[in-house]
Design a protein around this ligand. Structure first.
Ligand SMILES: Cc1cc2nc3c(=O)[nH]c(=O)nc-3n(C[C@H](O)[C@H](O)[C@H](O)COP(=O)(O)OP(=O)(O)OC[C@H]3O[C@@H](n4cnc5c(N)ncnc54)[C@H](O)[C@@H]3O)c2cc1C
Length: 397
């Protein structure tokens, strides 16, 4: 898709021909523009700005933002189909746009006031502004409700104090969706509220990007608030005490999105492994002829198909307006674990070359995808959540 057809894509909702054109465009962008840059991005720890501009021109930052605010307004099904394509690459690519098409914009989309949406979403859709979600803290990880950052009302402002940890895209973000405690006396989550905080607000600073295991080119850091005065007009939805509900809306959708984003790397690793096992000969023949390796291919393809099927089904259910709390959690749990299994088999199929960065990109993929099982709910938290919801369902029948 060249830039000229963006206006057509804007009108495409539910138009399969245009959706197919968008998916084909993503596919060729990933192969022709991104794959050749993957090593460079890994070495430099940064995505070239010219490529980010290309993503902007193509409208990739606005996939999930409603058309009324300048985005493409993709349905959940369309979003996961596009995510299957975009993620057949090293993770940094999709992470660059991914906060705008997910956790960085979704709180505004779900619960923002009309004025808040008009003020920020159009510039997020074009990629002029990069968003992020600042929920996690040093003492609020899996126990996300244990947020200690406070937001104290002072006239027509709130004053924020506290530290957020592990925030994707924080080093380059312009807008921070921040969950903070507005009511110390309220128990658990009921004292939490969501705010939009602009980068230039005095009292906000971001830490140095961490040195991570993988996903080079996707910067993550602390966010520190010290007497940070945020206009009361930036309280999302204009209501205190509903911040955690807002986050759960964001995460229920995001778990489907992330599950789809776990699937692309698995497809790519399997493609690379198939090519390698056909080219590499031992014992006088391609190692891909050996049935023990074919079993790994069979298990990987089956895993990928299962993930894609459940993600698509759950995405369609969400588009029908059904509650996807359980299915989204299952999708995120299954797809992230699935991707880890495929990564492990891919290293095995490559042999020593799978372990050595000089000989194959599999070593990098293996490190990149490890994070999927940790963020947006660890696998253990999803197991607990799935069990809780299943038991609740059983009680209700
Ligand atoms: C690179 C990176 C990017 C991230 N991006 C963001 C972001 O953009 N925004 C954001 O807000 N957060 C982000 N996170 C935070 C991420 O969501 C958390 O790291 C995650 O929720 C886990 O919290 P934790 O690291 O504190 O682990 P902990 O909660 O300390 O968990 C440690 C271990 O204990 C297990 N555990 C905890 N509680 C239980 C229980 N009740 N039962 C069984 N096992 C349990 C966990 O599964 C895990 O194995 C990011 C993290 C990383 C590493």
């Amino acid at each position: 898709m060249n830039d000229a057809i963006l206006p057509t894509v804007r009108r495409m909702i539910r138009d399969n021909t245009t959706l197919d054109a968008l998916r084909a465009d993503i596919r060729s962008f990933v192969r022709e523009r991104w794959h050749p840059l993957e090593d460079q991005v890994d070495r430099d720890g940064a995505i070239p700005e010219t490529l980010v501009d290309e993503l902007r021109r193509k409208g990739y930052f606005g996939w999930s933002i409603p058309e009324a605010y300048g985005g493409l307004g993709l349905t959940t099904e369309e979003l996961v189909l596009c995510a299957f394509e975009l993620s057949q690459a090293s993770v940094a690519l999709r992470a660059r746009v991914g906060t705008n098409t997910g956790i960085g914009s979704e709180a505004l989309v779900a619960d923002g006031t009309e004025e808040q949406k008009r003020r920020w979403l159009p510039r997020m859709a074009t990629g002029e502004l990069t968003g992020c979600l600042a929920l996690t803290e040093p003492d609020a990880g899996s126990e996300a409700s244990n947020v200690q950052t406070t937001a104290r009302r002072d006239g027509d402002h709130y004053v924020l104090d506290g530290t957020k940890r592990f925030i994707t895209n924080a080093p380059l973000a312009d807008l921070f969706t921040v969950i903070a405690r507005t009511d110390d006396a309220a128990p658990g989550t009921s004292g939490l509220s969501a705010f939009i905080v602009e980068r230039q607000t005095p009292g906000l600073r971001t830490g140095q990007p961490y040195r991570k295991m993988g996903q080079a080119g996707s910067p993550v850091s602390d966010v520190i608030f010290e007497g940070c005065r945020v206009p009361a007009a930036n309280l999302i939805g204009g209501r205190e005490g509903v911040g955690f509900q807002t986050v759960m809306k964001v995460l229920n959708k995001q778990r489907l999105h992330l599950a789809a984003l776990c699937t692309g790397p698995a497809i790519r690793m399997m493609d690379l492994a198939m090519a390698h096992t056909q080219a590499r000969t031992q014992f006088g023949q391609a190692v891909g002829n050996f049935q023990l390796l074919q079993a790994m291919l069979a298990d990987s393809r089956t895993d990928i198909y299962a993930a894609q099927s459940m993600i698509l089904e759950a995405a369609r259910a969400r588009d029908r307006g059904e509650d996807v709390a359980l299915t989204a959690s299952m999708c995120k749990y299954f797809a992230s674990e699935m991707c880890g299994r495929v990564a492990d088999r891919a290293v095995q199929m490559f042999g020593g070359s799978g372990y050595v960065a000089d000989f194959s990109p599999i070593e990098r993929y293996y490190r990149d995808v490890r994070l999927f099982r940790l963020y947006e709910g660890t696998s253990q938290i999803h197991q607990l959540n799935i069990a809780k919801l299943v038991l609740r369902e059983r009680k209700a029948t």
